[in-house]
Design a protein around this ligand. Structure first.
Ligand code: ADP
Ligand code: 5GP
Length: 197
């Protein structure tokens, strides 16, 4: 008897920087072995705890531009000045070949492009902070940015917040444990049709 053919799906978590998407994505990846993270390429500096090839593929601006010219990206954006981020086509192929569903953590413009491209295979989630002040506080407490990069991120927040209705679901990330359950329900419903826990 022939097995059921694997139908690759994907989840996008998008939001302004500091809203909590990486936290939610890490939780989902640790809970569900059928999910895998789509590792993006970036030209920004590596943060001390980050691992090349696991958190990002860190590239020079020249390498990144060469990859654009070779048509290696599904989408890419200059998210901040001289900081490029992009999703490599090879990443989607590799993960679906492993029969896993993808999880993306990308900015709002990239998220809209991926959603448009993959359409019903894709569930897009906008992570909204309870307020802009809370987001700024979280970003500051995260303590990963220089004062300049913190300012760049905060400057973009208001505009990015106007994108919230462009996605399938808005998840308000207030109490983290509640957000974890909400994110689990989104994943289970999209994969299995109903929440299973
Ligand atoms: P993003 O990936 O959207 O930039 P992060 O996941 O890095 O955001 O979260 C920003 C900071 O806020 C991190 O230090 C994280 O631990 C913290 N954080 C995330 N969600 C919550 C929450 N619901 N309550 C309090 N702090 C949170
Ligand atoms: P950070 O520097 O905080 O890791 O990411 C900055 C922003 O770039 C975040 O909004 C993050 O989601 C976004 N980002 C990460 N990878 C990609 C990608 O492949 N494409 C796009 N368009 N944005 C990305």
């Amino acid at each position: 008897m022939k097995g059921v053919e694997f139908q690759g799906k994907m989840f996008i978590f998008t939001a302004p920087s500091g809203a909590g998407k990486t936290t939610l994505v890490r939780h989902l990846l640790s809970k569900y072995k059928f999910l895998d993270f789509s590792v993006s390429a970036t030209t920004r500096d590596k943060r001390p705890h980050e691992i090349n090839g696991k958190d990002y593929y860190f590239m020079s601006i020249d390498e990144f531009k060469e990859s654009i010219d070779k048509g290696l990206f599904i989408e890419w954006e200059e998210v901040y000045e001289n900081q490029f981020y992009g999703t490599l086509k090879s990443e989607v192929d590799i993960i679906w070949k492993k029969e896993k569903h993808l999880v993306f953590d990308i900015d709002v413009r990239g998220a809209k492009n991926i959603k448009r491209f993959f359409d019903e295979k894709c569930m897009s989630v906008f992570v909204r902070p309870p307020s802009i002040d809370t987001l700024i506080e979280r970003l500051t407490l995260r303590n990963t940015e220089t004062s300049q990069s913190l300012r760049k991120r905060i400057e973009k927040v208001k505009r990015e917040m106007t994108f919230e209705n462009s996605f399938d679901i808005i998840l308000v990330n207030d109490v983290l444990e509640v957000s974890f359950v909400e994110a689990e329900n989104i994943v289970e419903t999209f994969i299995f049709g109903v929440p299973t826990s």
